[in-house]
Each structure stands twice: as structure tokens, then as C-alpha cells.
Write a protein that binds this ligand. Structure first.
Ligand code: COA
Length: 173
């Protein structure tokens, strides 16, 4: 793999994963506006202008040219509205590049399989990028996120980072 990887549109049965744009911030500030979303990942809801500033920074890319920040918002087609976000940070590594992935779904749309459907599509996309594998950092008490990771083929490892368990899926096997 040479050069940076950019997010591309991804379509699933119910969802459109749209590459992040700064103008997604207004709608996303509502989707991500519930404090309980941050229980395990830290942080607080951001206002629309704060989120737009964050999105502009993310879209400018990592200061390290070897690292790709790929971000999508998740649109639920039947409601024609944004309901969440997924991301992948692709870094060079040994024996090849790996992607750290994460997901968020607005409280109103949770428990409908949206995170699983979006994460599955993201992992399939990453397999074709290609990367050698994916990993996720998940708080040990976060059952919903662990269920998403397990559903898309990641397995918990004995490794942890900042108190979060590292889950991995290798595409090599
Ligand atoms: C983690 C999160 C994305 C799950 O979103 P979701 O769309 O509700 O997930 P799904 O509907 O695809 O469900 C995935 C699994 O989690 C389970 N689940 C969902 N919410 C749950 C909850 N509050 N408690 C326990 N299990 C839960 C579902 O039953 C399902 O399990 P199953 O596969 O055994 O049926 C969502 O809770 C969230 O955005 N949390 C805050 C952000 C966050 O912590 N992200 C993780 C960063 S890695």
C-alpha cells in the first residue's frame, strides 16, 4: 500500500456510509448529543460549531503522512437521516498496515443492528484496501461494543491500552 487511503462511499442493505464532510456537523451534533454516549469512551457532546471544527481538523488528515484517518457518517436510508459514525485509522505496521476501528450510533437508533451492519461493511471495505488486520479498543464493561466487535469477527486479546481491551482480527489466516 502506498500513499494515504481515503474514505469511499459504502452501501449496505439499510445504510449509506458517507465519507465525512464538515457540513455533516449540524445534524451529527444532534445524533451525538446524548451524554450517555460518552460513558465508556470519554468526552462530552459537542456543539455544532465545535463538531465542525473537529471535523475540519480530522479532514485535514493526520500530521503523520503515513497514517490515514478515514471517517464516515452513517445514514439510515429509510429515515433519510444520519444516525451514527464509524472510523478507521490506518497505520503502517509489521507485517503490514493495520486499521483501528470504532463506531457510534445515536441513542435513539441503538439496538437495531445498525452498528453491526456498519461495522461489518467497514471491515469488508478494509479487507479490500487492503490492510492486514483490524483492531479495536473496547472498555471491558462495554457489552454493546464487545458484541459489535465479536459480530464482525474480532476477538479479545490479553493486551490492553489505557484500561481498554484490544480486540483483533487478522486477515492473514
Ligand atoms: C456501541 C454502540 C455503537 C452499539 O450500537 P447499536 O447500533 O446499538 O448496536 P447493535 O444494535 O448493532 O447491537 C450490537 C449488539 O450490542 C447489543 N447491545 C446494544 N446496546 C446494548 C446495551 N446498552 N447493553 C448491552 N448490549 C447492548 C445488542 O443486543 C447486540 O448484541 P447481539 O449481537 O448479541 O444481538 C452504541 O452503543 C454506541 O454508540 N455507544 C456509545 C459509543 C461507543 O461507546 N462506541 C464504542 C467505541 S469502540
Amino acid at each position: 500500500m502506498t500513499g494515504r487511503v481515503g474514505a469511499r462511499p459504502i452501501r449496505t442493505d439499510r445504510l449509506d456510509l458517507e465519507p465525512l464532510r464538515a457540513d455533516h456537523a449540524d445534524e451529527m451534533s444532534e445524533v451525538l448529543g446524548s451524554p450517555e454516549l460518552y460513558e465508556f469512551i470519554g468526552g462530552v457532546p459537542l456543539t455544532a460549531p465545535e463538531l465542525r471544527t473537529r471535523y475540519e481538523r480530522v479532514l485535514a488528515g493526520s500530521p503523520d503522512p503515513a497514517i490515514s484517518w478515514c471517517n464516515w457518517v452513517v445514514r439510515l436510508r429509510e429515515e433519510d437521516r444520519l444516525v451514527g459514525a464509524v472510523q478507521a485509522t490506518i497505520s503502517p505496521g509489521f507485517p503490514g498496515p493495520a486499521a483501528q476501528i470504532a463506531w457510534m450510533v445515536g441513542v435513539e437508533w441503538q439496538k437495531r443492528g445498525i452498528a453491526k451492519e456498519a461495522a461489518r461493511a467497514l471491515v469488508d471495505w478494509l479487507r479490500r484496501v487492503p490492510v492486514r488486520g483490524v483492531l479495536a479498543h473496547i472498555h471491558p464493561d462495554h457489552q454493546a461494543s464487545a458484541a459489535v466487535a465479536a459480530a464482525v469477527g474480532l476477538k479479545p486479546t490479553a493486551d490492553s491500552h489505557d484500561g481498554e481491551t484490544i480486540w483483533r482480527l487478522s486477515f492473514d489466516a
